[in-house]
Write a protein that binds this ligand. Sequence first.
Ligand code: PRX
Length: 672
Amino acid sequence: MVRSVLFSRFTDKFFAGFKNRSCLAEFRQFTSTTFPELAEFGNISSHEDLHKFSIQRPDKFWSVLARSRLKWETDFHTPMDCDFRTGKFNWFLGGKLNISVNCVDRWAEVDPERIALVWEKDEQGEVENVSYSQLQDMVGRIANTLKQAGVGVGDVVALYMPISPVAVASMLATARIGAVHTVVFAGFSAEALAARVEDSGAKVLITADESVRGGRRTPLKRTVDTALEKCETVKTVLVMRRTGAEIKMKPNRDEWLDECMLRSSPICAPKSMNSEDPLFLLYTSGSTGKPKGVSHSSAGYLLYAMVTMKHAFDYKQGELFGCVADIGWITGHSYVVYGPLANGGTSLLFESTPVYPDPGRYWEMVERLKINHFYGAPTALRLLIGYGDEYVTKYDRSSIRKLGSVGEPLNQEAWHWFHSVVGEKRCDIVDTWWQTETGGVAISPRPSAPNAPLSPGKPQRPMFGMNPVLLDEKGEEVQGLGVSGSLCLATPWPGIARTLHGDHQRFVQTYFSAYPGYYFTGDGAFRDEKGDYQITGRMDDVINVTGHRLGTAEVEDVLTEHDNVAEAAVVGYPHEVKGEGVYAYVILKQGVNLDEENIRNELKLLVKSKISGFAIPEFILFTPGLPKTRSGKIMRRILRKIAANQMDDLGDISTLAEPEIVETIIQKHQKK
Ligand code: PRX
């Protein structure tokens, strides 16, 4: 109370100095709702000032927000201790807190009936609401179940389950007892699941009997059984009943989660954790075959997810935040679970697909549930454009305030369709650029900033605390406007990943060695005449298929497992709906005389069974050789150009060991 009186006196005096009254009014309205801590930041008179301050004084900016927006058990003494050169990131040292208290208990205490989760099930119209007090009950029961299963501080719990309130409660329950969760997207194959579980060393795995999506059931528990034949770390499997299908339960290992929850108390004392204790691991693709377990911290991650959720989308309590991502990806972690709940918000859990039962699913749901923020993926928008506008326009979308997009570039056509058809030219488009490693939105138009015009196809402006720079091949910063370079981030922020599980060396090597003193994102970017950023694509061997990140080396490793394959090179190529498609060039072993179509089908099945359906190559081209340098390095640049039908623009091929192979490949590609 005393603080707010002091604050209003300070701001009155501060604002009295303004000359431009309308600008002041807008800024004042913005800051009073989004940054009530403004007084602490000193003489800030515009949104740009605030951003500048956040990168000049990250310690002050983030520690003020950490104290006002998180609930601490013990205050921290050191705001930050970070070093890009060694990949060391420590935030809020000395502080202690519990993430589930911050996401659930503090809201359940003040407003137990407030809705935390709205679960839109696959079947249209079937909705389940979960209040904060109900979520608290679930979290407590699952936490006690995990304790019963021997899970303690620092132990890893793997989740392989469809999105549901139980899945969200399971994530929060691991946090409640100081354990670490690793959610594996439930579309991954048994092999992919096994590799991730094994690397994480998970003791307990939570799954469901089946998942339901687009009216189809997928036997998740069966996949888990196959995966666990190969890895021994998991001692207990907890099974959520989703469809009630009959499944095999392995004695002494498998238990029904609902039965365990009924037997357990809803009261579980939260474990007091250090700010820097890991909250979760999330596996993502890199440029080698082995997925990396990106490790995120507790306090820093949560603060970054909640602050970006509030400010990128201008979220106001009471609104329904509709992020349609799955919890198996970082978007689901930050903007379905942690960001919305830490803000005391109401979050949608969307179990279905955009085209089930028909392509009006999203917008029918928007009308029925009165969704205020809709956050989706460009690939889904491109798919929906093809079905025609009437699937959108027949539903009332007046509840929507902001439309968000993530995962890949939002091309002009999709941007305009989203803006005009879906948003009736009324809603801001929030094209958010970020990564699993950044923990939350890093570049985004920030519609909560007054006077911020939108620029189609560009994420535009850095979030608070974000300091993007463009670097050239020599590692020099490219200054000015209308310039391109490697996109790096030059100021540490609390949401940055802390390490790669079990391999800090790889963490340093991957992100901090190419440009010492910076975090290298792996993306290229263009800074336009207005200073807005546009992402030009990945600069490494990672591709983006239907918004899913995929290492080309992962697919190559699988293809070369086939008995008849000698070598494979995989590249991405522009695909109208998927963003990028997978194109595989394959050399068969000498003397293989089998039907090419058969091998092609076998290879596709192999990729599906070893990785997932989204990784299946669209094209498999059999070739007698690959374009290699004299030292044996495959020139993927040439393969990418051929796959994209840009044969006129192959560049210099004279340095190849056998330049004539290029012509052979082109001919085969044109015949395919
Ligand atoms: O290439 C960028 C692309 O997705 C990559 C990150 O993938 P992932 O870690 O799976 O996280 C996806 C969800 C945050 C980035 O390096 N990407 C993400 N958002 C955008 C984007 N490319 C262009 N525009 C975006 N808005």
